[in-house]
Design a protein around this ligand. Structure first.
Ligand code: NAD
Ligand code: DAU
Length: 331
């Protein structure tokens, strides 16, 4: 198969490209605009004969059409992905997440190409800390932020293109990913790199918000499973039963790095901050036989910390600008 991976120079997209190179014979075309979040260094070491790179915008209909015409499948990761940025300037989220998805859908419709849409658990809104239910495929959409509302809009476009035009699409909604190559604006890499630079982690509000962590490698294996075995028109939730509150995660990072576990600062909370996400991934496990391989968050986190310690040249160029943005927002 020839697979187009949009956003393949980002955190999760690059993980998927490496995964496809290792586990399959597919060839890959990465289509990525290289925004501040894209990094060619995340794609180093890939076999040139099976993997090519096109710098471009998923909103560019001519370019997208030309690439999709020669492909067997599109796996769509490209997005503006950070909630804090969406609160500061929502416009790029509308362009990339909504118009970009529309542009891809029109191209796969014209050329009859298989499409998999990468989405997020945030489309379902949030849960109470003591809610016994977790998100399932039938949870109603209730997004909170400009980011999650544009992701929800993109999911609904996919559903409509399946029903109205017979597009051969599947959707997955995954929980919070962690692992190597994640941009330092995101929670776990921000705190690890703060401590590595002798600065204190920054916890929004009281730190009670819960996220359901999954290693990026497990996200990639789930997407591969859905691309191979998923039923057209279906949605699959991806999660690894990794609920932790933010305070617990910061304490683990500090302890792994030999610091007192309370050596962090509380900073201004995120407006509209979702309280808790939690995924029930039973459908993916029972219908498609997927299981996560990185079930132990603590050891996955330790390996991730080691990676950031050993790869300062990858993240250091982004760190100052990222912290300057946070400082301007009081965070
Ligand atoms: P990221 O911000 O690390 O990477 C996004 C990539 O998309 C970058 O390489 C960027 O250059 C590219 N891009 C942005 N706009 C583009 C455009 N207009 N045209 C082409 N390329 C463009 O994001 P990520 O964390 O790797 O997330 C990837 C996908 O997974 C997103 O769709 C996100 O909503 C989804 N997701 C992320 C998580 C998570 O925890 N990070 C969890 C669930 C779902
Ligand atoms: O749930 C999936 C989503 O997870 C993805 O769709 C998003 O693309 C991805 O960015 C992520 O969204 P979150 O908003 O949950 O992730 P973030 O890393 O920004 O924050 C995780 C939690 O940590 C959240 O409760 C806010 C908090 N936080 C974040 C930062 C950056 C802090 O306490 N301090 C921080 O410095």
């Amino acid at each position: 198969m020839k697979v187009i991976v949009t956003g393949g120079a980002g955190f999760i997209g690059s993980n998927y490209v490496h995964y496809l190179m290792e586990k399959t014979d597919h060839s890959v075309v990465v289509l990525d605009k290289l925004t501040y979040a894209g990094n060619m260094a995340s794609l180093e070491g890939l076999p040139a004969e099976r993997c090519s790179f096109v710098k471009g915008d998923i909103c560019d209909a001519g370019l997208v059409d030309e690439l999709v015409a020669g492909a067997d499948a599109v796996v769509h990761y490209a997005a503006e992905s950070h909630n804090d940025n969406s609160l500061d300037d929502p416009r790029p989220f509308l362009d990339t997440n909504v118009i970009g998805t529309f542009t891809l859908l029109e191209a796969v419709r014209r050329h009859g190409v298989r499409y998999h849409h990468i989405s997020t658990d945030e489309v379902y809104g949030d849960l109470e800390l003591d809610d016994p239910e977790r998100f399932t495929e039938s949870t109603p959409y209730n997004p909170s932020s400009p980011y999650s509302s544009t992701k929800a809009a993109s999911d609904l476009l996919v559903r409509a293109w399946v029903r109205s035009f017979g597009v051969q699409a599947t959707i997955s909604n995954c929980s919070n990913n962690y692992g190597p190559y994640q941009h330092v604006e995101k929670f776990i890499p921000r705190q690890i790199t703060n401590v590595l630079r002798g600065e204190r982690p920054k916890l929004y509000g009281a730190g009670e918000n819960v996220r359901d962590w999954i290693h990026a490698n497990d996200h990639s294996s789930a997407v591969m499973t859905i691309l191979e075995k998923g039923a057209i028109g279906e949605t699959y939730l991806i999660g690894a039963d990794g609920e932790k509150n933010n305070k617990q995660v910061v304490e683990l990072i500090l302890t792994h790095l030999g610091q007192p576990s309370d050596a962090y600062d509380h900073v201004k909370d995120r407006p509209g901050h979702d309280l808790r996400y939690a995924i029930d991934s039973s459908k993916l496990r029972s219908e498609l036989g997927w299981t996560p391989q990185y079930a132990d968050f603590d050891s996955g986190l330790a390996a991730t910390i080691d990676w950031y310690r050993d790869n300062e040249s990858w993240w250091a160029p982004q760190k100052d600008a990222t912290e300057a943005r946070y400082a301007a927002q009081g965070q």
